[in-house]
Structure formats: structure tokens, C-alpha cells
Design a protein around this ligand. Structure first.
Ligand SMILES: C[S@@+](CC[C@H](N)C(=O)[O-])C[C@H]1O[C@@H](n2cnc3c(N)ncnc32)[C@H](O)[C@@H]1O
Length: 242
């Protein structure tokens, strides 16, 4: 596990502020909650459904990446406790997995089975750091959902400069149910409630991408929404050459 002396190309005050809040939250406040949610340990009904939704989303990412990732380089941007990085490595990818929350990266590293450990390079730092290198795919599962639409698009733009083939990321779609759920703070108790998720309409997300990447095609990628009662998230793809 390496700590990056992170460069942060997305240089808006809102991105920096949000990133600091998220680092404090995921590294300290919710580290244990998050470790439990992403483990096999029993959890309450609501969290069990969130877990099921997240499993479905992870499988969708893997489906779009492909069955055989031998020889591919994948950046797991905001890897949390490492589930997607581990699955990508099992399919043959060489993975760099980075997160700003060092405690989660440590858990990810501990959870990594010995047979894929040499295929995953864990880092602590900012996902958009250009020194991370060059990849075939960048995946960002639920790691941009707390940022403003402009900052998500700007982060995706920087991630796309690292990716030869595709960037897959999720945003929180602007559905009445999602607003209600997160507004009511149903997912976590008040003591470790998550920083607000920013719901975004699909059309807005597409327009922001087209603007940030300076290319209308960048906003026209395929998309897939997962909606499992308490978990609602939408996957979107930006391919290189669009
Ligand atoms: C909701 S969790 C998702 C974790 C993981 N992708 C998963 O699906 O299990 C969001 C993660 O993104 C990380 N994160 C947020 N902003 C980041 C940034 N700018 N650079 C790196 N990691 C970031 C957080 O620390 C947190 O671990």
C-alpha cells in the first residue's frame, strides 16, 4: 500500500472541500460501518438490500468490462474495501486501486486473496492523480456520487485522459424515491450519516460530460440503472474516441 503525494487536477474549491469531508467520513467516522456493509457479516434488512443492489451494480461493471481481462490495466478509482478490484484481478487484470481513505485501503489489502495479491497495487490518494499511469479502463463505482455534477464531469474528464478504452462511473439519478430516501437519512444512523449524495438527472449528466470533455459524443455513452429498493445508482460509460 503506497501513499501517493497526490496531485489533484480537479481544482475547484467545491471538489477539494467535498473530498476532505469524504476522506474524514470514510477514513474515520464510517470506516467500520462501511467495512461491515461490504463484508459477508449479517446486516439489517435495509443494509442487506443496499448490499444486494451494490452486488448487482458491481456485476454490471464486470459485465461491461468483459469476462477475460488478461493483459488489461484497470484503475479502480475510489476502491473502498476493494471488492471490484479483486474481481477484476480474478478476471486477469492488472489493477491499481486507489482511495483517499487509508483505513479502507488497508482493509481492502487485508481482504485480497493471496492468488491475486500480486495483481493489485493499492494506493492512498486522489483518484484523478495523473501520475497513476495509463490504463485500459477506469472504474469509479459510487465514488463520485457525493460531488457536484460539474465536478463529477471534470473528474471523469481527467480519468478519461488515463484510460485508453473506457471510463465507467456511477452517479445518483434524480428520482423522487432517491431524494426521499437520502433526505430521510434512512441508510445510516445519525451518528455516522453519510455526507449528502447529489442526485443528478441523466440529461444533465450527459450535458456536463459533453461540456467538460469538449465533445458531444462523450455524453452519449451507454447507461444502466440499478434500483433495488434502498439502493439506486446509475452506471454510465465514456469510451475513448467518442
Ligand atoms: C461509496 S464508497 C464506494 C467504494 C467502492 N467503490 C465500492 O463500491 O465499494 C466511495 C469511496 O470513494 C472514495 N473517494 C471519494 N472521493 C475520492 C477521491 N477524490 N479520490 C479517491 N477516492 C475517493 C471514498 O473515500 C470512498 O471510499
Amino acid at each position: 500500500m503506497t501513499t501517493q503525494n497526490s496531485e489533484m487536477p480537479v481544482d475547484t474549491a467545491t471538489y477539494r472541500r467535498r473530498r476532505q469531508i469524504l476522506e474524514d467520513y470514510f477514513d474515520k467516522t464510517a470506516s467500520e460501518t462501511w467495512a461491515r456493509l461490504t463484508s459477508d457479516s449479517p446486516v439489517s434488512g435495509v443494509r442487506a438490500r443496499v448490499r444486494a443492489g451494490r452486488d448487482e451494480m458491481r456485476n454490471q461493471f464486470l459485465d461491461w468490462l468483459g469476462e477475460d481481462l488478461t493483459g488489461r490495466r484497470v484503475l479502480d478509482a475510489g476502491c473502498g474495501t476493494g471488492a471490484l478490484a479483486i474481481e477484476a484481478a480474478r478476471r486477469g487484470a492488472e489493477v491499481v486501486a486507489i482511495d483517499i481513505a487509508g483505513s479502507l485501503v488497508e482493509i481492502a489489502s487485508e481482504r485480497t486473496p493471496a492468488d491475486v495479491a500480486s495483481s493489485i497495487d493499492y494506493r492512498v490518494g486522489d483518484m484523478t492523480d495523473p501520475s497513476l499511469g495509463s490504463f485500459d479502463h477506469v472504474v469509479a463505482m459510487d465514488s463520485l456520487i457525493h460531488y457536484r455534477p460539474e465536478d463529477i464531469a471534470s473528474a471523469v474528464k481527467h480519468l478519461s485522459t488515463l484510460a485508453q478504452r473506457s471510463v465507467l462511473f456511477t452517479f445518483a439519478p434524480n428520482t423522487p424515491l432517491l431524494s426521499l430516501l437520502y433526505g430521510a437519512g434512512k441508510l445510516f444512523p445519525r451518528s455516522d450519516r453519510s455526507p449528502a449524495i447529489v442526485p443528478i438527472g441523466e440529461g444533465r449528466m450527459r450535458r456536463e460530460l459533453a461540456t467538460a470533455l469538449g465533445n458531444p459524443g462523450a455524453g452519449e455513452g451507454r447507461t444502466h440503472r440499478v434500483s433495488v429498493s434502498f439502493y439506486i445508482s446509475q452506471l454510465m460509460e465514456v469510451t475513448s474516441g467518442t
